[in-house]
Structure formats: C-alpha cells, structure tokens
Design a protein around this ligand. Structure first.
Ligand code: PDD
Length: 295
C-alpha cells in the first residue's frame, strides 16, 4: 500500500496536501529564499554533507540565518525519508527569509521558514532515461549575476525548461551573450571533445556549483581521468563526441540530440556512462543508508 505523503513546515510534520505557508512569506513575495534537492537512491541519502555545505553557503551569501543547526536538520531529513518511505526519490528543502509585511527592504529580525517536501522517483524510468539519453535545445541565458547562489528565483530557468519541453526536449542548455554555454536550466553541462578531453565550465558567479559536478570531479581524479574546467561554446558542444548533464535528480545523463542535431552516434557515449558509474560508486560509498536496499 502506498504510504502517506508528508511535508515538514516550520517545526511540524504535516500531510503534504495540508502543508501551508503564510501569504506574506518572503519566499512567495520575492523569491527571497534558497533551496536544495537531495536524492535518495535505493535507501541511500546521496551527497548529504555537500548539499548542506552548499545550503549554508547560499544562506550566508544572502545573510539569512540557518533555521536550525545542522545536526537537527539532518534528523528532519531522516524523519522525512522514514515517514515518506522514500527508497527512491527526492527531498526538496527550502529556507526563506521569513514572513513580514510586504516591503522590498527586509527587516533584520525575521525567523527563517523551513519547508521540506518529498517525492518518489521511479528508478526504472531514471535508468531508461540514462540508457536512451535525452534531447536538449539551446536557449539564451537570461538570469541574474549570482547564479552561484541556489536561490528559488528560477523564472528564467523555468521559462527555458518549459520552452525545451514544448519542443519535445528534456533540457535547455543556456548560452551567454558571447556564445558560451553556462549550464542547463537545472543541470550542469559537460562535453567530451573529439580529442577525448572532458570539459565542464569553470566555477564563477555564472553557474551553480553543482554537488554532482563536484563529486564527479573527485571520482574522475581518483580514476585518473583528466577533466578541464573551462568555458566552451555552443558550437563546440554541437561538434562534441559526447554531451552529458549532471544533477542530483539525474546523476550523469547523456544528451544525444542538441537543437535537432545528433551528438556522437545519437546514443549515450562511453565516457558519459563511465562517469555515471564512477559517480554512483563514490557517492554510494559515502552515502548514509536510511532504508534497507531493495536488492
Ligand atoms: N537543480 N545547475 C542548476 C541551475 C541547477 O538547478 C542544478 C540542480 C544543477 C546541478 O546541481 P546538483 O548537482 O547539486 O544537483 C546545476 C536541482 C536538482 C533542481 O532545481 O531541481
């Protein structure tokens, strides 16, 4: 029997359908909030410390206090996995600056709001997507100058992703004014050049420092694969041997078509697949087991 779906809002576990937030919460009024998405893979919480590190960083950059200490926050994450019986799924965590009379200027004494929701993911569909690869379109990057902060102000991302879906594609690959790829609407983008060089854009204020990206860099270094962190153009991507996307929601997933043009032989490439294996292995070794494996 499917278990009930639970959310957590400001200190209380509530049935998902009844979860509420105040109409003057600054997260709703101004997207004055940050978030994280953590994957649970076969009962393992992936990359938890890295996600909490980035949450703390995003909050620090916006001068929003942590809503609770890291240890109690981990307990809430665990309780959410348990209550939602989330063997395969995603935990979404959002912290807003808090609730106040609507005014652009934020009062300094607000209590941040903490919201967690959980959603199951079908591991068979996820694996099938990895085996088939996905289509992508290119789209102008119309975001602000601090994309390194994981803010919920995602309107340019949602518009780009919606445009992709309307064109039958899975992801929008964002391109800056000079023709360079920044990242995907909700993913980091990597290419494998004709010479076998693995490339992903270097970190700056222009992209999100992806947790999956970071763990892959570590796993690739362990496996003595060489990766260049540098800018690359949309044209370079289109003539690449492989393209893949990374995110907590996907692991590493190949792009087999970009703007209607086949990439490589239109099947997930060998390097992309090896990267996914290395990532799953390293993240899996470090992960915390919260529910028994289904195998
Ligand atoms: N998105 N770039 C952007 C713009 C993202 O939104 C994400 C993640 C990533 C990949 O980061 P990570 O490897 O830490 O998931 C890169 C999440 C999953 C989302 O918005 O749903």
């Amino acid at each position: 029997m499917p278990s009930a779906r639970w959310a957590y809002v400001n200190g209380q576990y509530v049935p998902h359908a009844l979860a509420r937030i105040h109409v003057e919460d600054r997260g709703l009024q101004f997207a004055d909030s940050v978030y994280e998405v953590c994957a649970i893979v076969d009962g393992l919480m992936m990359d938890e410390e890295e996600h909490l590190d980035r949450l703390e960083r995003s909050l620090r950059e916006l001068a929003i206090p942590m809503p609770m200490g890291r240890a109690p926050l981990k307990l809430v994450l665990r309780e959410m996995v348990r209550r939602n019986a989330l063997r395969h799924g995603l935990i979404y965590l959002q912290v807003t600056r808090g609730t106040a009379r609507r005014d652009h200027a934020a009062p300094s004494d607000l209590r941040p709001s903490l919201i967690l929701t959980a959603r199951p993911v079908d591991p068979v569909l996820l694996e099938r997507r990895r085996q088939l690869g996905v289509k992508a379109i290119s789209h102008p990057d119309e975001r602000w100058a601090r994309c390194d902060i994981k803010s919920t102000a995602l309107l340019p991302n949602t518009l780009a992703k919606t445009a992709a879906r309307r064109q039958g594609a899975f992801e929008a690959i964002l391109v800056d004014g000079d023709g360079y790829v920044t990242e995907g609407a909700s993913t980091n983008v990597w290419i494998v050049t004709k010479d076998g060089e693995i490339v992903t854009r270097n970190l700056s204020h222009n992209i999100l420092p992806g947790v999956t990206r970071r763990v892959i860099l570590e796993a690739a270094a362990e496996a003595q694969m060489r990766i260049s962190e540098r800018k690359f153009t949309l044209e370079e991507a289109k003539s690449a041997r492989e393209i893949f996307l990374t995110a907590a929601t996907l692991g590493a997933t190949s792009v087999v078509e970009l703007d209607g043009r086949p990439i490589g032989n239109q099947r997930p490439g060998q390097i992309s697949q090896r990267i996914q294996t290395l990532y799953a292995d390293l993240a899996g070794r470090r992960a915390v087991r919260l529910l028994p494996s289904s195998n």
